[in-house]
Design a protein around this ligand. Structure first.
Ligand SMILES: Nc1ncnc2c1ncn2[C@@H]1O[C@H](COP(=O)(O)OP(=O)(O)OP(=O)(O)O)[C@@H](O)[C@H]1O
Length: 574
């Protein structure tokens, strides 16, 4: 709740109107049976004048109640919507401030659920809260007092009714509480199964896993159904008990009044009012129960939101808006790095230097740490020990904008954002003109297919860039990587989907047009790095050798093995 207070403060006028209108609504609701009693007494006495006067008042009160209800709903919705929107924006801004490792710790899909589902839960409880939270106690106490005032000798009927209702609620809530927690867990399980299935739908289809996936989903879904049914079962018992008890109370009250009606004819009017108050008490109890159920879920959601808001980014940058790129020479000095949560380092004592404008190739078995090394250059993580410098400056001392202006990182599966090709390129270089786009696309061998598209650079990029082939996506990603002519360009298996001829054309164009750029190329194929000024061979996170292709062929057994295996494969394929 403390989390929401600053947000409520921003909407203090709406909050005040919502709360005040509840008072009007409750007043109207509570006073109507009183007036009805007066009208009925007047009817019994055949007092037409009072019937007219009090009848009109009753009508006015009903209109006042409706107005209070409408205003309360509108302003509660305004507060709920405003709070949810602000909370969502703050959460989004917080996530943007996270280091890559923080996003990985939470997982992207988990953060999406927090941004959507959890925020919706909070929005609903804020809405319900402003409609009910003051209304329920006011109505309960008001109806209780007025019921006793109306028929003082029947106070015990109310007490017995309340005792039965509270006892039944106590038993049911005790049983249901454990199921509420279970429901949250089961909802998460269903979400996880659905998310994994849809994100990996290609794999599911290509391995004909639909039946297994349906079984997996059914299992998760059945568990959720079972626990929801148990809650429903308790509610289905509870509701008839509540209504039966209330109706019995009404029956007893009517019977008792019937015994004395000849002595006290005015009881006829009073009993109508009394029954209304009994029903209002019941309404308050039932809605209070629902609100508490609802709130218990929202509290869990709020906790999950707060967990993100309270997380301090694990990495910070030096202050400053300086976006001047640095010179692109890179040094690793005894760098050791362990992934958060791992106990073994992925890179150990890695040292090398690459001059500005040179090309460094990185090879090694799968899992040897190539991508990890590249991520350290782009400062997606910080090393445990040692130092990484670009242009002689420790990357931890480079302002974020300057670092991003210096280093471009192209992944094997880089994300292109939905929009247009031009919009994707302008994300990296906002002032990019057509000539810049054409230059970069030429180098990346992307012009040929872009120019064939009807809208060319304004061609749409659909969600997950599914309207482009794997090779086209890679060429677009390289175009985006080089459009700002970066000082350091990292190509992490970024040409894997290109045929040998296209890859060679990209390499030649880069050699020709990006002479000042330091290029770090991670590749499976030796052919992709054969022309590098230096090749670094990684073995289980350690530098096994560094030198030119020819040097390594002479001196490094791992490199020799990779080379021989690939050569044998190529020859077999001929
Ligand atoms: N986010 C992560 N959290 C924990 N461990 C990770 C993470 N990313 C990679 N690893 C582990 O670090 C090791 C090196 O991974 P890395 O991706 O750097 O290897 P690689 O040489 O690029 O492999 P490949 O050629 O298959 O892409 C692997 O054992 C991998 O399981």
């Amino acid at each position: 709740m403390k989390v929401l207070m600053p947000y409520f403060k921003r909407y203090r006028v709406d909050v005040s109107v919502a709360l005040l209108s509840v008072i009007v609504l409750v007043f109207a609701t509570l006073w109507q049976p009183r007036l009805l009693q007066v009208v009925m007494t007047a009817i019994i006495k055949d007092d037409q004048q009072t019937v007219m006067r009090e009848g009109l008042l009753l009508l006015g009160l009903a209109v006042l109640g409706i107005a209070g209800g409408v205003i309360n709903t509108i302003y509660s919705a305004r507060v709920a919507l405003g709070v949810a929107t602000d909370l969502r924006s703050d959460l989004y801004a917080k996530i943007q401030s996270f280091a890559y490792a923080d996003v990985e710790t939470f997982s992207a899909s988990n953060l999406v659920v927090r941004m959507t589902n959890d925020i919706n839960q909070v929005q609903q409880i804020v809405m319900a809260g402003f409609q009910q939270i003051t209304r329920i106690p006011l109505l309960f106490i008001g109806a209780l007092v007025l019921a006793i005032v109306t028929m003082p000798e029947q106070w015990w009927v109310i007490v017995v009714m309340m005792a039965i209702i509270l006892f039944a609620s106590w038993i049911a809530v005790g049983r249901m509480t454990k199921y509420f927690g279970q429901t949250q867990q089961d909802i998460e399980n269903v979400n996880t199964v659905t998310r994994e299935n849809l994100m990996g739908i290609r794999v599911v289809k290509s391995f004909v896993q639909e039946t297994n996936e349906i079984k997996k989903f059914s299992h998760a879904s059945d568990e959720l159904t079972a626990v929801t049914a148990k809650i429903g079962y308790w509610f289905s018992i509870l509701m008839p008990i509540f209504f039966l008890t209330a109706n019995l109370a009404v029956g007893v009250a009517v019977y008792l009044v019937g015994q004395n009606i000849t002595v006290h004819p005015s009881y006829l009017a009073a009993i109508t009012s009394f029954i209304s108050y009994l029903m209002q008490i019941l309404y308050a109890v039932i809605n209070g129960g629902f609100l508490m159920t609802f709130a218990s879920r929202a509290v869990i959601s709020l906790g999950r939101i707060n967990e993100v808001l309270a997380t301090q980014p694990s990495m910070s940058y030096v202050e400053g808006d300086d976006a001047t790129p640095l010179v692109g020479d890179i040094s690793f000095e005894h760098v050791t790095f362990t992934y958060p949560g791992d106990d073994q380092p992925t890179l150990t004592d890695v040292s090398f230097h690459i001059a500005a404008g040179a090309m460094l190739g990185i090879v090694g078995a799968t899992g040897s740490g190539k991508t990890t090394l590249a991520q350290l250059i782009a400062r997606l993580y910080d090393p445990d020990s040692g130092r990484i410098t670009i242009g002689g400056v420790d990357v931890r001392q480079i302002p974020e904008k300057a670092l991003r202006a210096t280093v471009a990182y192209v992944l094997q599966r880089s994300t292109l954002f939905s929009g247009t090709i031009a919009a994707n390129l302008k994300q990296v270089r906002p002032d990019a003109e057509l000539s810049h786009m054409r230059w970069a696309a030429n180098v990346a061998q992307a012009s040929e297919f872009i120019e064939r598209l009807p809208e060319r650079y304004e061609a749409p990029v659909e969600e997950r860039s599914q309207n482009f082939s794997g090779g086209q996506k890679q060429r677009l990603a390289i175009t985006r990587g080089i459009i700002a002519n970066p000082e350091v360009l990292i190509l992490d298996d970024a040409t894997s989907a290109l045929d040998a001829k296209s890859e060679k054309l990209v390499q030649e164009a880069m050699d020709r047009d990006l002479t000042a750029t330091t290029t770090v190329v991670i590749a499976e194929k030796i052919a992709s790095i054969i022309r590098a000024d230096q090749v670094l061979v990684l073995d289980h996170g350690r530098v096994s050798g560094i030198g030119t292709h020819q040097d390594l062929l002479q001196t490094n057994s791992i490199y020799q093995k990779i080379y021989q295996t690939q050569k044998a494969r190529e020859e077999a394929a001929k």
